[in-house]
Design a binder for this molecule. Structure first.
Ligand code: ADP
Ligand code: MG
Length: 402
């Protein structure tokens, strides 16, 4: 079912209305400072439109994992300051999550103002999807805009709960611009993909991505496997993986996927190995059956890089999740960097290229290709669930477009 979005609302209908927006302002903090403002940046289009149209915007977000308790280190106050700078518009911070102290200042807001309430996860009812908490937020206004794609795979009080409460009282719950964009690209790449359709899956753990691999396998022309999860497939093939990371519990699953995938499942043919995770290690490129002893497989090898990038450059639709190696260390970053450039080249040539996953997004940033990709998802877990064909509770609860 297609959901109603902010683009479906005439902006003249927003003036003077109190709109509750759930954004994902869950930014990384280092020593109390915001170390990466990408999520703040991504929330701007929705807020700019609402404030510009004269709505009274009441903004909700979580930050970190305070586990239902007030934790001053996870206050959204510094986020409000950074948001105001990015927005070029004042953002008042209200140091309360809900209840009378939060609702009183909301009652008399001027048109076009933006206020941010305190971290939703300071209240235990948030992650428990408490309906009274959701209702108290719904009482603040008459339109709910959910723009928090990064938490859409969880049914929390400020996401799915608030949407249900708003609709129960006769209001609407719609998707914000970021949410709509994420859904559009992640669903479009799967709906009727232009072929060849190539998926690239890497990263540390096969167990966290089994759902995506088995869901994508029948839909894609090629599914390229890299990163530590390739090691588990090597072991499933009976190869020696030396001292590499392997998930013993997933060997049977890997065998099934190899069987199910046939020619579509493409594993690395060679690897970069070293005896330790360091740039100073003794680093060698070996064929995959030559790995032994104290070798740790830490990247895909040169022959694999060539095969993978050829397939990627020939693709018309690409989904990428997970680095090809330990890209954080230069000696083991080449596979990931080459893949990033190949995906960007394909996109330059008109292919649809979608990237998901926090570490992969950091790798693409490091390779300097982010701007050239069709879409870089802001939601790791949520994008994986969507690609695996799951429905997201934060989206399901929204008003249908009719
Ligand atoms: P994403 O966040 O993009 O979904 P993951 O979290 O699944 O990606 O995996 C990223 C991590 O996997 C990185 O920290 C990277 O160092 C690690 N990794 C990739 N390849 C290997 C490998 N061969 N051995 C150990 N760790 C690896
Ligand atoms: Mg990660």
């Amino acid at each position: 079912m297609i959901k109603k979005t902010l683009s479906d609302v005439d902006s003249s209908a927003l003036c003077g209305r109190t709109v509750i927006v759930r954004a994902d302002l869950n930014v990384p903090l280092e020593d109390g400072e915001i170390s990466d403002g990408q999520r703040i940046q991504a929330s701007l289009p929705t807020l700019t439109e609402l404030a510009g149209a004269g709505a009274r915007v009441v903004l909700l977000s979580h930050l970190g994992r305070p586990k239902g308790q007030v934790n001053p280190e996870l206050s959204l106050e510094p986020v409000a300051r950074r948001l105001a700078e990015s927005l070029g518009h004042p953002v008042s911070f209200i140091p309360f999550t809900h209840g009378g102290k939060a609702s009183a200042p909301v009652a008399n807001l001027p048109e076009g103002s933006v206020v941010l309430l305190e971290n939703t996860r300071f209240v235990p009812g948030e992650t428990a999807n408490d309906s009274e908490l959701a209702e108290s937020w719904a009482e603040l206004g008459d339109l709910f805009v959910n723009d928090a794609f990064g938490t859409a795979h969880r049914a929390h009080a400020s996401t799915a709960g608030l949407a249900a409460a708003m609709r129960a009282k006769g209001g609407e719950a719609i998707a914000g611009h970021l949410m709509a964009q994420e859904l559009q690209f992640l669903e479009e790449v799967l709906r009727v993909p232009e072929r060849p359709f190539v998926a690239i899956i890497g990263g540390a753990k096969i167990s966290s991505k089994i759902g995506v691999i088995s869901s994508l396998l029948p839909r894609v022309d090629r599914l390229l496997i890299g990163g530590a999860m390739a090691n588990t497939f090597f072991r499933a093939l009976g190869l020696d993986t030396g001292d590499s990371l392997v998930e013993e519990d997933s060997l049977d699953t890997a065998r099934e996927l190899i069987e199910q995938g046939g020619e579509s499942l493409v594993l690395p043919v060679d690897c970069i190995v070293a005896d330790e995770l360091s740039n100073d290690a003794d680093v060698r490129a070996v064929l995959r059956h030559e790995v032994s002893g104290r070798d740790k497989i830490l990247d895909v090898g040169p022959e694999t890089r060539e095969r993978f990038t050829d397939m990627i450059r020939g693709a018309r639709s690409i989904v990428w999740n997970g680095p090809m190696g330990v890209f954080e260390i230069d000696a083991f970053a080449q596979g990931t960097i080459d893949v990033a450039h190949a995906v960007a080249d394909a996109c330059d040539g008109g292919a649809l290229g979608v990237l998901g996953g926090g570490d992969s997004a950091a790798a693409a940033d490091r390779a300097g290709v982010v701007e050239r990709l069709t879409h870089v998802s802001t939601g790791g877990g949520a994008s994986l669930e969507l690609l695996a064909g799951a429905r997201l509770p934060g989206v399901e609860a929204l008003t249908d477009l009719n």
